[in-house]
Design a protein around this ligand. Structure first.
Ligand code: C2E
Ligand code: CA
Ligand code: CA
Ligand code: CA
Length: 276
């Protein structure tokens, strides 16, 4: 519905139009991004909190568009979700991550982000099966990361899809924990192997926020009693890493240990005995 009259709205409309136009152009390019080889994956190391050895990498999607240059995932993932392009793109991510992970030592795992739209798509589990069989990656080396938002809509379908991949031998991590519409009920219903503590709590705790510290402690205690592990996200300094280790998180991810990097660089870490 459009406001009537009101000259003050005059300048506003062309801006809305420009925004829609930019989005349309971005969508046009995104539709062709895979066939134009503009997508790639970067891998960010996750280390054991105690010995700081790399245990896995999280695959993070990168888009270098001919028309738009580097576009961040925070911008194109929501667009891909709205247009359902996330289905073919997400399939590519799974296949590519499994292929690249086969070049790492066999104890190193790979985590792949999966959107709700992708998860509730009927073909999801068979996409995972195909990615594993065509790459030869052992299912136990693949972790699927989902956020709490998948339970807002079609919770039962989402749960069934995750149970299928768990049956294959994969694990599931609950990403960005504490930032969504938390209802702890689903933690009982699905066997997550890992809870990822969102960066905002890590940053809060580093700034001596008593609330953030209390929340991390509570999440670690809850995860322990549910036999899940915890990964702290967004650790940027040695002090934060030490604090997180003392709080009892099992794994750490963040710029302090390594930024997302191309697969070849990730592999080179193991020429240095797995230490960053
Ligand atoms: P996420 O899954 O929470 O991924 C972690 C994000 O935090 C990444 O941003 C990573 O680069 C960034 N990060 C890691 N350590 C630090 C740190 O120490 N400090 C700071 N400031 N940031 C850190 P990125 O790569 O821009 O990805 C943003 C989001 O886009 C991801 O958040 C994820 O939700 C989504 N995404 C990325 N790749 C995919 C994908 O293949 N599929 C889907 N569905 N979503 C993806
Ligand atoms: Ca993630
Ligand atoms: Ca996260
Ligand atoms: Ca996030």
């Amino acid at each position: 519905a459009k406001d009537e009259g009101g000259g003050e709205h005059f300048a506003y409309e062309p801006m809305l139009h420009a925004h829609a136009e930019e989005r349309r152009k971005l969508e046009y390019s995104l539709r062709r991004a895979l066939e134009n080889n503009e997508m790639s994956l970067h891998y960010q190391p996750v280390v054991d909190a105690n010995d700081e050895h790399v245990v896995s990498f999280e695959a993070l999607l990168r888009w270098n568009s001919k028309e738009h240059g580097f576009v961040g995932p925070d911008k194109f993932i929501p667009l891909a979700e709205d247009t359902r392009l996330i289905i073919p793109i997400g399939k590519w991510v799974l296949e590519q991550a499994c292929i690249e992970a086969t070049n790492w030592p066999s104890h190193i795992r790979v985590a792949v982000n999966v959107s709700g739209e992708q998860l509730i798509e009927p073909e999801f589990a068979s996409t995972v099966v195909k990615a594993l069989s065509s790459s030869g990656l052992d299912a136990r080396r693949l972790e699927i990361e989902v956020t709490e938002s998948i339970f807002l809509r079609d919770a039962n379908v989402a749960r069934a899809a995750l149970e299928q991949v768990i049956a294959l031998g994969c694990t599931v991590a609950l990403d960005d924990f504490g930032t969504g519409y938390s209802s702890l009920g689903y933690l009982r219903k699905l066997s997550f192997s890992t809870i990822k503590v969102d960066r905002s709590f890590v940053q809060g705790a580093a700034q001596n926020s008593a609330e953030s510290l209390a929340i991390i402690r509570a999440v670690v205690a809850m995860a322990d009693s549910l036999e899940m592990t915890t990964t702290a996200e967004g650790v940027e300094t040695a002090e934060e890493a030490e604090m997180i280790r003392e709080l009892g998180c099992s794994k750490i991810q963040g710029y302090y240990f390594g930024r997302p990097m191309p697969a070849l660089e990730a592999r080179a870490i193991f020429d240095r005995a797995g230490r960053l």
